[in-house]
Design a protein. Structure first.
Length: 357
């Protein structure tokens, strides 16, 4: 198990490096100058050149990439003699950084440095940490609702194959899978907040944390309802369909028929024998959807004014803020790698036919 986890971790790091390389080169080749967006079109060329030098944008592409990877690495290597270099480690990595020096070279052990935002002049790591809780709560709650209801509806559909309950649930599943997120968001606002607003009292926009002028910051749980239901629609439809099909396949196996022939109740057969073996495709779907939702449901966050990773990434793309875009992509990619690794381990737990070596 340990060797497997180490091997998959190395593969995950290779995937992250490939993603960083691709996005870095893509932004370097695209037209547009982030410095001009920062300073405006009326600035003088000398100021533009000075800012480009401060940001390291005047260096060759290969050098810029190596410097960026060096900043991302938990162990960064720097020339401690070049204290006037914009890439030298003074206190840019914070008090948690530890410096080791051998000769003229220094190695720094610290958290990955995601640099400063071009537009806001703030550490990208701080911006992502502020946006991640909002998206994390939204994604986790949506996936919890979608998973519980999807498994329950899938089992109901499988046990009533061909009946009115099965057909009704499949119609809802097809409708949910074909409904884009932004359309679902608009429909949710129109029905629940406009037509039925006098009954539900649900707000249209708002984030998890709101600031009251008298009480200060507080958690606004009501703001979670509409975006959570909107985001949960599509994964719920997918999980329902997968669970139904997987359960039908498991119920047709010999060991399930043997358990039924022994006189066990359907409740016992489903919970103790069929459900566990039918969860493998559901686990895969849940992991993929959870990682996607953590990336930020951009359209949903825009419609509901929800402050999360999707909104941060969209604003960064509009302003050509490369450090923020790279930070969002690295964070999301790391989440994908971690979640996929956890899913592979869970396969061996939930499905005895799968072994992790």
């Amino acid at each position: 198990m340990v060797n497997y986890i180490v091997g998959r971790s190395v593969q995950g790091l290779a995937v992250l490096l490939g993603i960083v390389t691709l996005v870095f080169v893509l932004f370097a080749l695209l037209p547009g100058d982030p410095v001009q967006l920062m300073l405006g079109q009326r600035t003088d060329p000398a100021t533009v050149a000075r800012v480009r030098q401060d940001l390291g944008l005047d260096l060759p592409l290969g050098t810029r990439f190596l410097v960026y990877v060096n900043d991302l690495s938990p162990i960064a290597v720097h020339n401690i003699k070049q204290e006037d270099s914009p890439f030298f480690l003074d206190d840019r990595y914070g008090p948690s950084a530890t410096l080791f020096s051998v000769g003229g070279l220094g190695a720094v052990l610290r958290w990955p440095y995601l640099r400063m935002s071009y537009q806001y002049q703030r550490p990208v790591g701080d911006m992502l940490l502020e946006a991640l809780p909002g998206t994390g709560v939204l994604a986790l709650l949506s996936m919890f609702i979608a998973t519980i209801l999807g498994i329950a509806f899938g089992v109901i559909g499988a046990l009533n194959r061909g009946g009115w309950a099965d057909r009704s649930l499949m119609v809802l599943s097809i409708f949910g899978m074909s409904l884009p997120s932004f359309v679902a968001a608009i429909l949710a606002v129109w029905v629940l907040a406009y037509l039925l607003g006098h009954i539900t009292g649900l707000p249209v926009t708002g984030s998890l944390i709101v600031v009251d002028e008298f009480d200060g910051p507080r958690v606004a749980w009501a703001n979670l309802i509409l975006p959570t239901l909107t985001i949960a629609v599509r994964p719920l439809a997918v999980i329902m369909q997968l669970m139904r099909n997987s359960m039908l396949e498991v119920l047709a196996m010999d060991y399930v028929r043997t358990a039924t022939a022994k006189g066990l109740s359907m409740y016992t057969v489903v919970l103790r024998h069929a459900l566990r073996n039918a969860l493998s495709p559901v686990i895969t779907a849940v992991s993929g959807w959870l990682a996607s939702l953590l990336a930020g449901a951009v359209f949903v966050e825009i419609v509901f004014g929800w402050k999360g990773l999707g909104l941060v990434m969209l604003n960064a793309l509009n302003t050509y803020d490369l450090p923020v875009v790279m930070g969002c992509i690295i964070l999301v990619s790391a989440l994908f790698v971690i979640i996929n690794l956890m899913v592979d381990v869970l396969y061996g737990i939930f499905d005895p036919r799968v072994s992790v070596k």
